[in-house]
Design a protein around this ligand. Sequence first.
Ligand SMILES: [Zn+2]
Length: 310
Amino acid sequence: MSVGCVQKLLTSLYRWQCLNISTRRMYSARPRLSRPRPILAWERRSHRGRATWSEEASCVEMNKQQREELAAAYQALDSFGLSEGINNHLSTKAPARNGKGEVILLFPYGLHWNEVTASRLVGVDMASGTVVEGVGEPETTAVNIHCQVYQEALKSGSSINTVFHLHTPYCSALSCLQDPTLRMIHQNSARFFGDVAYDDGYEGLAMDTEEGCRLARIMSGKSVLIMGNHGILVTDKTVARAFNTTYYLERAAMVQILAMSSGAKLSELDDAGASLVRTQIMANYTKDSTLYFEAIKRLIRIKSPYDYTE
Ligand SMILES: [Zn+2]
């Protein structure tokens, strides 16, 4: 074997190893919130400003995987009755199909959540808010909220890749109370101990980017924002984790609203008890989220008339 061939082989091996390490980092179960966010594979390519053919193929595949994950989340949350009209929005980051940087995947305005499939999602450029992949335009408020939340997270070194905004019934009811605090009264509540931020400054629809910036600043590293008189924002590293968080947040709010509606005094866990529950649940959170989401995906593939993978 010639020296040139050996050099080519070593370069290929190095590039393959880099891609694998980056993918493992992105989907790692270990929380890294306290450390600087790692530079993802597609971002590294973006910094170089070009992509090789094999890198571009890898981006197309990862883009497709993220599209399928997000489309499944739209359909699954709709099947739980947690969507509202053709509004509210879920998004996730993905490597751009062309290998240059990354896009924010969102659903186009006008589509019902149950109609969302992988190919129907659009890719939005995070900096400009313009559509660079797919057909259609996302709702203005979706672009203004999601792009700003991702950008603020990047500035603070947070490793979020997914943002959900919903008006789920029980969380919305909680957001309408003068004191919307999620009380530590149940195991489902305690999993959110210390991880919820509250916004009491609702000033209308997010028709400009400032509202998105304001919401992101209030979240300040928390996974959940209860948006006063409005709904919720959920952020996380993966679609599966954000899906799990959204589901259990709504369940926790439901328990609280039902318990409060009894008129009886609430029995609250102390901080130590709530903290212990959170630690126990978060130790297995990625695995739990993934297994639950996979189970739900199997169900919606049977029930939904639209195959989310298409
Ligand atoms: Zn909203």
